[in-house]
Design a protein around this ligand. Structure first.
Ligand code: FES
Length: 346
């Protein structure tokens, strides 16, 4: 059999054969092949710190590249069910690699850390996200992270150091700090880089404006990125707001949305499947508790896998707090809660 070339695969335009069937056939020939989907071969899995593994991926030709600070969605099949999660890229485009770091907590991350190996093939998305450094930035950069919020900071630090000789300062709170050797290597290479790693198991110190003043006295002049635990995000946001420098702060949260404090049981109807249930939290969780299985991926409002049409009723977006009473509008079940009776076209 003659192997298909990448260009033959890319130029193929299916008319009456379903794309998923073509993908199935291509996947039998070579697990990396697909008409449009981005797949990646795992090149390496390495333990980089207590409880964290780094995966180096080689994507197929559909991957369109990325910039430092972005993330990808990774889809894996576990026991016949597809799961999807988002992971920050810890490499930079200049390295010519695609690397993610995972903490093996939860189904997908544990699967990636312990059940993938060199040669495994996984499906990924194009790179996404606005937690990025403009190539024109010439300001000093301050990076504040806690826990796994450190993952996008490594690539951002490298990018900032590559593109300018301005100071780059990292302030990192963690009970088991990751990437210490990488940050030490950056310190050796770039004299303008400073890293302050606070081990929160060894000290009671947490983020405070006073401590920040000690670590980075001129932080008001910096472009600041923050990513991490809810408390840290809230404290940094509040301080930047009160200091009137909110426009110099870029935040990214890995936190799943929370139900409103005043959320009440609301009757929800899935019209086409003719199922009704009471929803308190987000519609995805409530549907699952009622024994339904809506399609989903990230559960954080990122991947759009759970989008359905709301045909009636009022809902609240748990990320923004925004209410919507329009008919026939798309909603993401995983970040939407019902405020009164709601009908969904599902
Ligand atoms: S599951 Fe990803 S947006 Fe809802």
């Amino acid at each position: 059999m003659t192997a298909l070339t990448q260009s033959q695969i890319e130029n193929y335009r299916p008319e009456w054969i379903r794309e998923d069937f073509v993908d199935f056939v291509l996947g039998q020939l070579n697990p990396l092949w697909s008409l449009r989907r981005v797949k990646a071969r795992v090149e390496r899995v390495e333990l980089i710190a207590d409880g964290m593994a780094k995966l180096t991926l080689i994507p197929n030709g559909h991957f369109q590249g990325y910039v430092a600070g972005q993330y990808i969605l990774v889809s894996v099949q576990i026991d016949g069910v597809t799961h999807q999660r988002s992971y920050s890229l810890v490499s930079t485009p200049e390295e010519g690699k695609l690397c993610i770091a995972v903490k093996p907590h939860g189904k997908v991350s544990s699967y990636l850390a312990f059940r993938t190996h060199p040669g495994s093939v996984i499906e990924i998305s194009q790179a996404q996200g606005d937690f990025v450094l403009s190539p024109d930035n010439r300001k000093p950069v301050l990076l504040i992270a806690s826990g796994s919020g450190i993952t996008p900071m490594l690539s951002l630090a490298r990018q900032a150091l590559e593109q300018s000789s301005q100071p780059v300062t990292l302030l990192y709170y963690s009970r088991d700090p990751a990437f210490l050797s990488e940050f030490n290597a950056l310190k050796q290479r770039y004299p303008q880089f400073t890293a302050h790693c606070v081990n929160t198991l060894e000290t009671s110190e947490r983020f405070s404006p006073e401590a920040l003043q000690g670590y980075c006295p001129d932080y008001r002049d910096h472009l600041t990125f923050v990513c991490g635990a809810e408390q840290l995000m809230a404290a940094v946001n509040a301080h930047w707001q009160s200091a009137g420098i909110q426009s110099q702060l870029i935040s990214e949260s890995f936190l799943p949305p929370k139900a409103s404090l005043d959320a009440m049981d609301s009757p929800v109807t899935f019209r086409r499947s003719q199922r009704q249930f009471l929803a308190t939290g987000n519609l995805l969780e409530s549907a699952e508790q009622a024994g339904l299985k809506p399609a989903h991926g990230c559960r954080m409002g990122i991947c759009n896998t759970c989008v359905c049409t709301k045909t009636k009723g009022t809902v609240r977006n748990q990320l923004t707090g925004e209410l919507n009473s329009d008919t026939n509008v798309p909603v993401r079940l995983c970040i939407t809660e019902a405020v009164g009776p709601v009908d969904i076209d599902l």
